[in-house]
Design a protein. Structure first.
Length: 128
């Protein structure tokens, strides 16, 4: 199973894994149980296929075999590179990527407000 969503770090290991083990009666981990990985999505309207194929992919498996199989599968689709790690690292990567984007947006908004403010001041003083 591959989780592709934005989740809090630790969700795969401490929430999803126990639920799947309890409901299935199997233990997480290959080769005798089920495979489990987290690999986050990068969804953007009108660019979904492009993003899936072109952007690097991080795969965090609960064991080496889950990571290997999932990485192998994604390599047949993704041109931007596929990198294996553990679920927590992959989940933190998504959180950091989202935070970085949010900071960029907030910074751009603050600059826009500053420019609007300066524009109003210049118009009031007769400089424009």
């Amino acid at each position: 199973m591959i989780i592709e969503s934005t989740v809090a770090p630790g969700t795969t290991q401490y929430l999803v894994k126990p639920i799947l083990e309890e409901e299935s009666g199997l233990k997480a981990g290959l080769p005798h149980g089920f495979g489990l990985c987290f690999s986050y999505e990068r969804v953007m309207v009108g660019r979904l296929i492009h993003n899936i194929r072109e952007y690097p992919k991080i795969v965090g498996g609960i064991d080496d075999e889950s990571t290997r199989l999932t990485t192998e599968m994604y390599r047949s689709i993704v041109k931007g590179g596929v990198f294996g790690t553990d679920p927590m690292t992959a989940e933190v990567s998504k959180t950091v990527e989202n935070a970085y984007r949010d900071v960029q947006i907030a910074f751009a908004n603050e600059i826009a407000l500053l420019c609007e403010s300066l524009g109003r001041m210049s118009m009031k003083s007769g400089n424009l």
